[in-house]
Design a binder for this molecule. Structure first.
Ligand code: HEM
Length: 497
């Protein structure tokens, strides 16, 4: 190799730059902090272990340093809170999940109205407009899921391998029905816009967060640069929604004016939104249309990807466990006979074995750590340790979900009847199940999500025999400490009558 003296200054500058970054990024812990796990490589810290070996790495850290402890990933100190301390984090307003996710998932860059105030309205809307009306929405949910089963799975006289791509659409139909109403949710391109929104938004995050080593906010600025230069992967979905929503909103305004007291309100979120004094209007202009579309897409982001991931995973869990098939199938047949194929809320409540199975599938989803929260003001834990302002606390989900004190000496075993025997429904949050978070900010959409998963599974199990290609449970996919459903596909075959 040719060596030139001219390269020496460059080499020196690179060394200086490294040293400066190292010095700036060197973790500086304040007093009484959780213990810092030692690391060997400056700047990189524990990033590689966290990305490629999170399960063993975090288990060993907890064994050595207790709960909580600090690690150094992507140039930031993160506190890992396990089953002992995490409850304190979720119970206080000193921590914010919204603030913590802004850097990783910069939705506010494409939906300008996404902020704390709008989120509070969204949560109220979900509670009052969806959860409170669940019994009235069940029939529509069932109808939409049956449409999807017919269209996306269809006739399986011969065994058919179906891939995971059908599930976002399956979950999107009932969500579209509840958000924008029965009429316009019939449009396939609208259902597609709802189903694909989150995936397409994710394209913004395709670049690995390497700039986070310098600063996470700087990383967000860099990855969202194309958006600022006009590239917006979700613009087409906003346009689709606007196209259908504008005439519908105008029609509703006109009907109200003409019919007065005789106007019959629609049971959907659009109606709820228009009746909210904060969003009342006499005219549908572009500004109003933008506001309502963004509002609806915030609910879409929160609901469709999450529910479809879990509907997929639950079905894989069922398909890979032949020993559970008969018991759960018999319960569905009994309920189906009782309701003559038309489920009501009471019938969904009677699916107790299915519910318990779904809860166990949530527990064993195998996320290692997620649900980050940022500390907004210094917070002292009961054990005397202090979490400084600005710190990201990661929820050590595996420690909670595989806690032997809650789930016995073999906590990784799948216990299909655990919920049933302990009177814990799938939508119930509890100190040993954090799938929907916990405390004041626990997921407000969980009742809708669980109903959708149960009704979907009920109809699928009644119609098809579903198997995994291997005949056993399939392995989940892991990206760093986060789990995703398996990707092997599922084999569907019509049940013999
Ligand atoms: C299986 C499906 C779902 C899962 C696993 C899930 C999970 C979660 C989790 C972990 C949180 C954070 C909770 C916390 O900070 O304590 C959350 C919050 C939230 N979820 Fe869900 N969710 C699901 C479905 C839904 C649905 C269907 C909707 C809407 C209809 C929804 C709307 C929301 C909203 C608005 C928040 C923010 C709550 C707040 O900050 O107070 N989610 N969800």
């Amino acid at each position: 190799m040719h060596f030139s003296f001219a390269t020496i200054p460059t080499f020196v500058w690179v060394l200086i730059a490294f040293y400066v970054i190292y010095w700036i990024k060197k973790p500086r812990l304040s007093k009484n902090e959780p213990p810092m796990v030692p690391y060997k490589i400056p700047i990189i810290g524990h990033t590689i272990d966290y990305l490629f070996n999170a399960e063993n790495f975090l288990a060993e850290c907890k064994k050595k340093y207790g709960d909580p402890f600090n690690i150094y990933v992507f140039g930031q100190v993160n506190t890992i809170a396990g089953n002992v301390t995490v409850h304190e984090v979720f119970r206080t307003e000193a921590f914010s999940m919204l603030n913590a996710t802004e850097d990783i998932f910069p939705l506010h860059r494409v939906l300008k109205s996404y902020n704390l105030k709008t989120l509070a309205q969204v949560i109220k809307t979900i509670r009052e407009g969806i959860t409170a009306n669940l019994p009235l929405l069940t029939g529509r949910m069932q109808k939409q899921l049956l449409i999807s089963i017919d269209k996306e799975i269809g006739d399986c006289s011969n065994p058919k391998l179906v891939n995971n791509e059908i599930f976002p659409t399956m979950v999107a139909r009932p969500v579209a029905d509840v958000l924008v109403g029965q009429e316009i949710s019939k449009n396939e391109d609208l259902v597609k816009a709802f189903a694909e929104f989150t995936k397409d938004f994710g394209k913004i995050l395709a670049i690995p967060p390497i700039f986070s080593f310098i600063n996470p906010t700087f990383n967000t600025q860099v990855v969202t640069l194309p958006v600022r230069f006009g590239w917006n992967p979700i613009a087409k979905h906003l346009d689709t929604l606007k196209k259908y929503l504008k005439p519908e909103l105008e029609k509703r305004l006109k009907d109200k004016e003409v019919l007065g007291d005789k106007y019959e309100p629609h049971l959907d979120i659009v109606e709820y939104f228009m009746n909210n004094p904060e969003y009342e209007t006499k005219v549908i202009n572009d500004e109003y249309l933008d506001k309502i579309c963004e509002f609806l897409f915030i609910i879409v982001v929160a609901s469709i990807h999450t529910t479809s991931q879990h509907m997929t995973s639950t079905l894989y869990d069922f398909a890979g466990r032949p020993e559970l098939w008969d018991d759960i199938y018999e319960e569905q047949v009994m309920i189906d006979k009782e309701c003559n194929g038309e489920l009501s809320s009471q019938h969904i409540n009677k699916m107790v074995k299915l519910d318990s199975f779904v809860r166990e599938s949530f527990r064993t989803f195998d996320n290692i750590a997620s649900e980050p929260h940022r500390c907004m003001e210094p917070f002292t834990l009961k054990n005397g340790m202090t979490i400084p302002k600005g710190r990201i606390v990661q929820t050590y989900l595996m420690d909670i979900h595989y806690n032997p004190e809650a789930y016995g000496p073999e906590p990784r075993t799948f216990f299909p009847n655990h919920g049933l025997e302990n009177n814990l429904s799938a939508s119930r949050t509890d100190k040993n199940l954090f799938m929907f978070g916990s405390g004041r900010h626990a997921c407000p959409g969980r009742f809708f999500a669980v109903n959708e998963i149960k009704v979907g599974l009920h109809k699928i199990i009644l119609k098809y025999q579903v198997k995994t290609p291997s005949g056993k449970t399939e392995k989940k996919i892991r990206v760093g400490p986060v789990a995703y459903p398996p990707i092997a596909g599922l084999i569907f075959e019509n049940r013999k009558k």
